[in-house]
Design a binder for this molecule. Structure first.
Ligand code: BGC
Length: 740
């Protein structure tokens, strides 16, 4: 695939055509095409653009905030006097009246009446909080994520939000980076599927549908490669990795129709993402033909100065606009300098108009000109309906991953539970970072969920704080542990230890929590360990003390009911890891789809191995236990020889050997052992999750498209498919395919 410049000229021809239409229309009287909902979209855009002054155009390219800023990391001067001509506002209010009042000024008191676009970080729910995205990826159930996004869109839309700054599809391989919580794990295909489903959930069939909101793919691009897991840091990314890892989910998101894209903070091997013409214009707009707009991340234009790319704010505005950033989030660099830059001929009128056109296009497509206001609906009708809560419970249950279950300690056969730990009755951290307008009072804690089931007698002791000693905490916990049949120990992290600006130098649990675990282990009572975190954790020194480990992540509003569903055996755990759990922090980065190493034959003799620890991670990508055993049969391939472009059917039978119905996800990988650009050991290409009845067998089928699934990108972005041998894998079997 080569970069296609024809499209650029194609767009120009199109604009010329509509300019003629608009000219003819305006000659025939005072007909305002842009106000005519029946007129062609591009004609409306051109008509409005032609009427705008430079100042009005520039305001459309700026975003400010409305209400008290909920994002503690977003530091900046508060602008109280918001001009009604502003292009967009990040709205932190749930009060539609506030939006409507602001919108009224824009629609009724400005010369052209251009409505404002209201955005917000709706990351895993608006008021009904679903599990963090990393957890959702572990469900391997993208259909549920699509439904959760529909719910989030409804709650947001009825609160005055037109646009969500999600999905985040930054592939991430370093769990020290707190933002792993916000994405869909370490695999580009998984991130592509989940990201696309979020977009479909938000945007519905049409952007102007009653409950549709616009999506924003972020953070474009390679932000997940932040060095050492430090946030806002520079990234060192080869073109090979850029194309084959980081760009793939963004490309999928554009194909799924994402209305907008957010440019990232990171410097990409010398060119910051928000000043990167190659990624923003050549790839995104010209090659992928994205017609929506690019918004900068918070402060990412001004930060070009800190990053050493721009001499001052004016220079930063020049670099960002010329690279392809259309809207300036919060910095006002565009407002302050675009007119001057135009006069200095540092930016062109054509590029400025292109940016404005993109913003207007979305406002028309969303139907904002026809329906600028939000209806007033009571909280009980717009939030947390039974349907939303049931869905949140289902997503949470499916996203939990059973990491260990010695002697089938789960599901629980005991009645008397000692419930211990700082997360057991937590209603804040369990929602995770970016919990939007979620409220602690809505949350069903683990304790509340287990108690409400009526299945257990529960004695509770906190034991310790998340990162601090609680007076008499250990002794009290030990006391109640001795009096009960089983210990359910709930450990984990603060919500703010992950998410933005949530980096950690170690992914180990705090010392006090490990002391609590060891103290309880001395009682000899079985320990079921529940872990709530926004990242994979270091468990080598924790695992030996627990009989069973369930990674519950940050499950959101319905945490307690979901935990109870799994512990009681009402539902068998079906989550699998979307991100590898390293053996220890020093092993990072460790991920399943690494390229091969040089001394494979000598590995058993200790070559290429750590001297102090195992090379293998604690729990790899795709790992997750169930309450039943699944037996995979041999893979059957419809044809063992194929040509490029052929489609093949590959199937495998999976039998549920246990006595409980349970869901299983079949992961299909390919491997290309010899290639002119060396490739990862294996690459996920498809997955499917299905319920299999106890004692029953299901056939799982993967329709492999030899062009789509076997190809790779060269450094220049050219996609190629090489003839030769490939292997296809599912379960423990693999089968050879010859591509002619
Ligand atoms: C974050 C973005 C977010 C934006 C607006 C930034 O600091 O990096 O992910 O969308 O703030 O809140």
């Amino acid at each position: 695939m080569s970069l296609n410049r024809k499209n650029m000229y194609g767009n120009r021809a199109c604009c010329f055509y509509f300019a003629v239409v608009v000219l003819l229309a305006s000659c025939s009287g005072n007909y305002e095409v842009y106000k005519d909902s029946g007129a062609n979209l591009e004609a409306r855009v051109e008509d409005l653009l032609a009427r705008m002054t430079l100042e009005e155009k520039v305001w459309q390219l700026n975003q400010l905030i409305l209400g008290d800023n909920l994002n503690v990391n977003n530091i900046g001067e508060e602008i109280m006097d918001i001009p009604a001509e502003i292009g967009s506002l990040i709205s932190f209010t749930t009060d539609p009246e506030m939006r409507n009042a602001m919108q009224k000024r824009a629609v009724e008191e400005t010369r052209l009446g251009i409505p404002i676009l209201f955005g917000m970080d709706v990351i895993h729910g608006f008021r009904t909080i679903f599990p963090i995205p990393l957890a959702q990826a572990c469900s391997f159930n993208p259909e549920l994520t699509m439904q959760a996004s529909q719910v989030a869109a409804k709650e947001a839309k009825l609160s005055g939000i037109d646009w969500s700054f999600s999905p985040m599809v930054d592939v991430a391989r370093d769990p020290r980076w707190g933002r792993v919580a916000e994405g869909y794990g370490e695999d580009p295909y998984l991130a592509s599927v989940f990201g696309s489903n979020v977009i479909k959930g938000y945007q519905g069939k049409a952007l102007n549908d009653t409950f549709s909101i616009a999506a924003c793919l972020k953070h474009y691009v390679a932000y997940g490669a932040s060095e050492g897991g430090r946030d806002y840091h520079a990234t060192e990314v080869s073109r090979n990795t850029l194309w084959n890892v980081y760009l793939r989910p963004f490309h999928a998101g554009i194909q799924a129709g994402s209305a907008t894209v957010m440019s990232a903070f990171n410097d990409i091997s010398g060119v910051p993402a928000s000043a990167n013409h190659y990624t923003l214009t050549e790839i995104l707009k010209q090659d992928w033909k994205h017609e929506g707009f690019v918004v900068s991340d918070w402060n990412s234009i001004e930060q070009l100065v800190f990053q050493g790319a721009a001499a001052n704010r004016k220079h930063a505005a020049e670099l960002a606009l010329n690279a392809g950033v259309d809207m300036d989030m919060k910095d006002l660099c565009y407002k302050d300098y675009l007119p001057e830059l135009l006069e200095d001929r540092k930016i062109s009128e054509e590029r400025l108009d292109d940016a404005v056109r993109r913003v207007l296009r979305l406002k028309f497509t969303l139907g904002l000109f026809e329906h600028p206001y939000t209806p007033i609906v009571s909280d009980s009708l717009r939030y947390l309906t039974d349907e939303y809560r049931n869905l949140a419970r289902e997503v949470a249950t499916e996203s939990m991953v059973l990491l260990k279950n010695d002697n089938d300690i789960l599901p629980l056969k005991f009645k008397k539970i000692a419930l211990v730990g700082p997360m057991a009755d937590d209603s804040v951290n369990i929602m995770g970072s970016w919990s939007c307008h979620g409220k602690a009072t809505d949350v069903v804690t683990i304790k509340a969920g287990l108690e409400a089931s009526g299945l257990y007698e529960i004695e509770y002791s906190k034991g310790c704080e998340i990162d601090a000693v609680l007076p008499n905490g250990l002794a009290d916990a030990r006391r109640i542990a001795g009096q009960n049949d089983v210990i359910v120990l709930c450990l984990g992290e603060y919500a703010w230890w992950s998410g933005e600006n949530g980096s950690k130098s170690t992914i180990s649990l705090p010392k006090i929590q490990k002391e609590l675990l060891k103290e309880l282990a001395q009682t000899g009572k079985p320990i079921v360990l529940l872990l709530s975190s926004g990242r994979p954790l270091e468990l080598y020194d924790v695992e030996p003390y627990a009989n069973s480990i369930l990674q519950i992540w940050q499950p959101g509003t319905m945490a307690g009911y979901a935990v109870c569903d799994i512990l009681s055996g009402n539902i068998s755990p079906s989550g699998k890891l979307a991100m590898t759990f390293p053996y220890n922090t020093g092993q990072i980065p460790v991920y399943y789809n690494a390229r091969r190493q040089a001394r494979i034959p000598y590995q058993s003799q200790g070559q290429g191995r750590y001297k102090d620890i195992q090379n293998e991670p604690m729990y790899p990508f795709g790992y997750g236990l169930s309450y039943t055993d699944f037996k995979y049969g041999n893979i059957i391939l419809s044809d063992s020889i194929a040509e490029i472009g052929d489609r093949l059917k590959i199937s495998v039978n999976i039998r549920n050997m246990g006595n409980m119905d349970a869901e299983e996800t079949c992961l299909w990988y390919i491997s290309d052992p010899v290639s002119y650009i060396t490739r990862p050991v294996k690459e996920l290409k498809y997955f499917e999750k299905r319920m299999i009845g106890s004692g029953e067998e299901e056939t799982f089928t993967f329709e492999l498209d030899t062009y789509r699934d076997l190809g790779y990108y060269a450094d220049d972005g050219n996609y190629f498919v090489e003839p030769g041998q490939y292997y296809i894998m599912a379960g423990t079997d693999s089968i050879k395919l010859i591509l002619k």
